[in-house]
Design a protein around this ligand. Structure first.
Ligand SMILES: [Cu+2]
Length: 148
């Protein structure tokens, strides 16, 4: 019946069950936003969407700890697909390019806040690396693979 939500910090595990249920309920109640709301716990990004700086709680507006990563890190889409980057936390940017060097194929135009989103349509098959220039040294990088 009761399962420990994987997104809760380990410190909560030792709490008594009623306390944990209360905390989980509060987190879910404060989660807000999103779609549906019929399921609990972290939600995956929508199709062809990359979460930027997601949190341990799984989504925009939650109370989890920010994660310096893209989710998914690698996305494969067919040619012609429009990919959306959705900022789950602030202080991040997206620039295309290998390593941590921008090649100016697409860009968020600097650091953005939670709630910002950008799109880019990929019309040519290939591999498109991108990164967050603020956290590239922490390996905040991703890759779009576009198939013919
Ligand atoms: Cu970042």
């Amino acid at each position: 019946m009761f399962h420990r939500p994987s997104f809760l910090p380990r410190v909560f595990i030792s709490f008594r069950v009623p306390t944990l249920v209360g905390v989980a309920g509060l987190l879910l109640f404060c989660g807000g936003g999103g779609s549906g709301g019929s399921s609990s716990g972290p939600q995956p990004p929508p199709p062809n969407t990359i979460f930027v700086g997601g949190t341990s709680g799984g989504g925009y507006g939650d109370t989890g700890t920010p994660i310096l990563a893209f989710n998914p890190v690698n996305l494969t889409v067919p040619k012609g697909t429009t990919v959306t980057w959705d900022w789950q936390s602030g202080g991040h940017l997206v620039d295309s390019g290998p390593g941590c060097a921008a090649d100016n194929q697409f860009s968020s135009g600097g650091v953005k806040s939670a709630g910002f989103s950008m799109t880019h349509t990929f019309n040519t098959a290939g591999t498109y690396p991108f990164f967050c220039g603020v956290h590239c040294v922490s390996n905040m990088k991703g890759t779009i693979t576009v198939t013919p």
